[in-house]
Ligand binder design. Structure first.
Ligand SMILES: O=C[C@H](O)[C@H](O)[C@H](O)COP(=O)(O)O
Length: 239
């Protein structure tokens, strides 16, 4: 069997460390994010024998399939009012743990689950480690929009200072735009270096037609970063 690339090893290391250190035996409800790094979170959880009664709340189709694939209990967001802890990936993380998410077109359900969680823990390899948002993730801020409103939102984003907002396309897997788990489109909006994350998030969220934006300010408590030398670095949000 081919050995894992260094990046995959880094993802696995940070995910395993996050689960080992943060997931306590008394956790009743656990949120599971989306993307390639949380696969290792679920893999590690499935190796535990002390979490028999725990239910797992997915953040989208991939996340739900992952929970089922590992034989864990899927919970329904309609049946719970709070989540003990959520693990999720990120596309860029700055030292204060503000982050960009949505590179894989999942962001609204992720933000919803994060907002219901007592603790929100990020797992990522060190390509996501950044001094300031917008300096490493160059694809732009992902924004989930109603298909009916996408052109109006693109024009609004230009008025907000985005040079070239792009409607994300589904090629080669799908002709036409990428469609999210909620039946919405994604616009990638490059705002360059983002100095005021809170303000930009509020401005974009206020646009009619926007479901949510992949800026997550002030939500994560801790980030586990898998480094290329095999170690894991932990970042803690200053409160
Ligand atoms: O849309 C996708 C999600 O926000 C992911 O959590 C994010 O893109 C990070 O994914 P990955 O762990 O694959 O880098």
């Amino acid at each position: 069997m081919a050995s894992k690339s260094l990046i995959e090893q880094a993802k696995q290391a940070c995910a395993y460390a996050a689960v080992d250190n943060e997931l306590k035996s008394d956790a009743k409800v656990v949120g599971i994010g989306s993307g390639t790094t949380v696969v290792y979170v679920v893999e590690r959880i499935s190796q535990r024998t002390d979490l028999k009664d725990t239910i797992y709340i997915p953040t989208g189709f991939q996340s739900k399939q992952l929970i089922l694939q590992y034989g864990l209990r899927v919970g329904n967001i309609d049946e719970i009012s709070s989540i003990d802890i959520t693990f999720d990936g990120a596309d860029e993380i700055e030292p204060s743990l503000n982050c960009i998410k949505g590179g894989g077109a999942c962001l609204f359900q992720e933000k919803l689950i994060a907002s219901m969680s007592k603790r929100f823990i990020l797992v990522a390899d060190d390509r996501k480690d950044s001094e300031i948002l917008g300096s490493r993730w160059k694809q732009g801020v992902p924004i989930e929009v109603s298909p009916y409103a996408y052109l109006k939102v693109i024009n609004d984003l230009i008025a907000l200072g985005c040079q070239n907002p792009l409607l994300r396309m589904g090629a080669p897997a799908k002709a036409g735009p990428a469609v999210t788990d909620n039946g919405f489109f994604i616009i990638d909006a490059d705002f360059g270096i983002i100095k005021d994350v809170v303000k930009l998030e509020a401005q974009i969220k206020a646009l009619v037609g926007v479901l949510d934006v992949g800026l997550f300010p002030g939500m994560a408590e801790k980030a586990y970063l898998g480094m290329s030398d095999g170690t894991t670095k932990t970042l803690l949000r200053a409160i």
